[in-house]
Design a protein around this ligand. Structure first.
Ligand code: AHR
Length: 791
């Protein structure tokens, strides 16, 4: 093939450092920790499950009574004589009739307790007995129908709580097992913190991590790990003592039996067994810089706000965390870390205050945190927040705050359609090097198909090329247990014994493993022109109104043509979805005008938390634009663009709809530009870009340790693209040697799965060429990383 253009790389001219650019974000949603990365196999080990965590939960969730032969017992949960004041509930087995044994079985996560033949498992329990109970307790891992795979015996010796341990070695492989504790005799047996861990955890650490999931994370070679959330951080009450408090790190360290139970805002129970010490340890183990995110005393979901005069406690939490991570043993918190087993510093360099916060109360509080941290730790890089959307009022407020406070980084979050990512590869081209840096703390295109991964790869070349402005970036969410899904898509999927990385995972892996240390200049010449991904037309088509679990009256509906002055009127519409919990869309008409205003009055007359919805540019449910006013918890005005059923938020600002109040809504559409106003005040101004697809997306970096020049090229188009590659400065007289890692040859809808976990995964080949310039064909729909060896 004749090359259609040329890419010239200057291998000698070092550009912007790439620093810690590509990393990961861990949040305990989708059972990412309990029932996931945290290797504990027992579900509800301390009998602390509670309806606060989930309406279906109770203190014996995950447990079943065992009565064998004529055995009879009652199982209750009590709190009269607790293990400690933070772990108050425990199980009481009251033996009525010993029969062939009575006791309790834990059903584990997913299909049960998974064990593998020949592998050992560490059992532990806190137990006590009453005076009449003296029998041994038989601990076993059994199949669903009672076949014993492993067993051990403990003798409970005291009426006071004592910890007992045993090692169980499995004789068979079974992923649907049960952990059983069975006894005979008479009297009462009390149990708490019933635990079973595989002996083989990641790096064999006690209270450790599931080796297969942790290894997949380690294999990414992330430069950093952001943790512990997400909404998990700021969704909660203000008292650290509350079960549903915001995420308070001090609750998560030390003896696991002393860590309080926590309501996870993703509607399940969080043991906190995977806590801050374990997070820091894991970061160290995988060579990732830790990036903890702390709550700022403000819960934007429930508008809980710490008064400024009480903010000191929260700021102290941040300062103490830095000391916990970095302080030496002479410091209060450094000595606590040392006692936990890590005298050396965890080398904390970054700290985030707040997670995708919106609203003035956060930004008012951020300034206090910022000043206090910088006063004590001037080197600490502090991350501010810019809300959950890629543009709009709150996003701008976050950036304003970051500039005013001189934050080091600003956390941006967005989940959008693949088309949005393709239209925004150049998003950071206009960002300045002397501004705070972007921390793209959460992003993903909606899906785990190869097409999503491809769009993300193209976008990531834009992140890398713009390292002058983008400091850190991580995909989200990271992990998902297939049986406990809160959020899709996710980078890695698992059940209780298998795990696989998605196509998105392998793109992330390519960019992390081959990040490089600094950019190198790359120049394109003679390349084909970019092409729109679909016909470029003004926003035309159907328009209508909606209600979402509420009742709304729309009136004075008009469509005005700004080119001709023509005005069309439409009948009033009253929609009622009160209590229905779903939405109703009433299409009003359609237009092929290029410059028009849709104006209408809207009044909410009853129902749930949603306000109004205006649809435009409508082709069908999967292809349209939408203006939501008072959406999600009645707090936003949002313009969405839906392409192929996948939505993107083009812009957002805060807006709350009052019941019974009539609002004047106007939506001006000019070509693909949108201006939305309420009662005459502009609330949204944006453009719905159709992506122009470049022949290739690329970036190039240098890895100092190897001297490798690393070229990343993404071809999103439906045909192969051949270009000449010239590596200037590599003239050595010897052939040029390159290692090529490539994703190609997949259908755009292809996905990895448990059955085909590496259907989509990079293949590696070696290349030797004479000279420093050669023609190379980048296959259609491909991601290529070419490491050209240093001379
Ligand atoms: O990544 C899932 C969620 O998305 C995070 O908890 C939150 O920060 C964002 O809204």
């Amino acid at each position: 093939m004749t090359p259609s253009g040329k890419l010239t790389i200057n291998t000698q001219q070092r550009g912007t450092p790439l620093g810690d650019l590509f990393g990961i974000f861990f949040e305990d949603l989708n059972h990412a920790a309990d029932g996931g990365l945290y290797a504990e196999l027992v579900r509800n080990r301390s009998f602390e499950f509670d309806p606060i965590d989930h309406p279906d939960y109770h203190a014996l969730s995950g447990w079943a009574k065992i009565e064998r032969g004529a055995g009879k017992a009652t199982i209750a949960v009590d709190h009269a004589h607790p293990l400690n004041e933070r772990n108050t509930h425990y199980a009481v087995i009251d033996i009525i009739e010993a029969g062939d044994g009575v006791g309790i079985a834990n059903l584990g996560f997913n299909t049960g307790i998974p064990v593998r033949a020949g592998e050992s498992y560490r059992f532990s329990v806190y137990a006590r007995r009453d005076a009449s109970f003296a029998e041994p307790v038989r601990i076993a891992i059994e199949s669903e129908d009672g076949v014993v795979h492993a067993e051990a015996v403990i003798q409970v010796e005291s009426a006071e709580w004592m910890r007992y341990e045993a090692v169980l070695t499995a004789s068979a492989t079974d992923f649907s097992g049960r952990l059983t504790l069975v006894t005979r005799g008479t009297g009462k047996l009390y149990l708490d913190m019933v635990s079973l861990f595989p002996e083989k955890t990641f790096r064999d650490r006690p209270n450790g991590l599931r080796a297969d999931i942790a290894q997949l994370l380690a294999d990414l070679k992330p430069k950093f790990m952001r943790f512990p959330g997400g909404c998990l951080v700021h969704d909660g009450s203000l008292s650290a003592e509350d079960r549903d408090s915001m995420y308070r790190w001090k609750n998560t360290i030390g003896d696991i039996a002393q860590r309080p139970p926590r309501r996870n805002n993703w509607r399940y129970h969080q043991t906190l067994g995977l806590g801050y010490y374990e997070y820091f340890q894991f970061c160290e183990d995988i060579g990732a810089r830790p990036i903890p995110i702390l709550p700022a005393g403000y819960d934007p979901h429930h508008k809980r706000i710490v008064p400024i005069e009480e903010l000191g406690l929260w700021i102290d939490d941040a300062l103490d965390l830095i000391e916990f991570a970095n302080g030496d043993e002479s410091t209060e918190w450094g000595s606590i870390r040392a006692k936990l087993g890590h005298p050396e510093s965890f080398n904390l360099e970054y700290i985030g205050i707040g997670n995708e916060e919106v609203g003035a109360p956060f930004f008012e509080r951020y300034a206090y945190f910022h000043r206090a941290i910088k006063d004590k730790y001037p080197e600490m890089k502090i991350i501010n927040s810019s809300g959950p959307f890629a543009a709009g009022g709150e996003y701008e407020r976050g950036w304003r705050s970051a500039r005013e406070n001189e934050s080091d980084l600003v956390d941006e979050h967005y989940y959008q359609s693949p088309e949005w990512f393709l239209a925004n590869v150049g998003r950071y081209d206009r960002f300045k090097a002397d501004d705070p840096k972007v921390f793209l703390g959460e992003y993903a295109s909606w899906g785990n198909a190869y097409y999503n991964a491809l769009a993300e790869a193209a976008f990531m070349t834009g992140l890398e090329r713009n390292a002058h402005a983008v400091g850190l970036a991580c995909y989200a969410p990271l992990l998902c247990n297939v049986d406990y899904v809160n959020w899709k898509p996710d980078m890695i999927w698992f059940n209780n014994h298998e795990v696989f990385g998605t196509a998105n995972y392998y793109v992330q892996q390519l960019f992390m493993r081959h990040q490089g240390d600094c950019l190198l200049p790359i120049e394109a010449a003679g390349m084909k022109a970019s092409e729109p991904s679909r016909e470029v037309t003004p926003i035309r088509g159907g328009f209508g109104v909606g209600a979402n679990a509420n009742a709304v009256e729309y009136s004075s509906i008009r469509l005005i043509n700004h080119a001709t002055g023509e005005t069309l009127s439409y009948p009033d519409r009253a929609l009622d979805r009160t209590g229905a919990g779903d939405k109703d869309i009433a299409m009003l008409g359609a237009t092929d005008w290029d410059d028009y205003t849709l104006s209408l009055k809207a009044k909410k007359t009853g129902g749930g938390q949603w306000g109004f919805a205006v649809y435009f540019g409508w082709t069908d449910e999967r292809q349209h634009l939408q203006w939501d006013i008072g959406s999600w918890q009645n707090q936003d005005s949002i313009i969405h663009s839906v392409v192929g059923g996948k939505g993107s938020v083009l812009t957002q600002s805060l807006f709350e709809v009052q019941n019974g109040v009539e609002y004047d809504l106007t939506l001006r559409v000019t070509g693909r530009k949108i201006l939305a106003s309420i009662d005459g005040a502009a609330v949204a101004e944006t453009e719905d870009h159709i992506p122009y697809i470049e022949p290739l997306y690329y970036s190039v970096s240098l890895e100092e340790a190897t001297g490798d020049t690393i070229l990343k090229v993404v071809n999103v188009r439906c045909e192969a693209e051949t270009v000449e590659l010239a590596f200037e400065g590599m003239e050595s007289g010897r052939p040029l040697v390159a290692e090529v890692h490539e994703l190609s040859g997949y259908g755009l809808a292809d996905e990895n799965s448990f059955e085909e976990p590496i259907k989509i995964a990079p293949r590696t080949k070696n290349l030797t060429v004479e000279g420093t310039a050669f023609a190379y064909e980048f296959p259609k729909h491909s991601v290529t990383v070419m490491r050209v060896r240093g001379v």
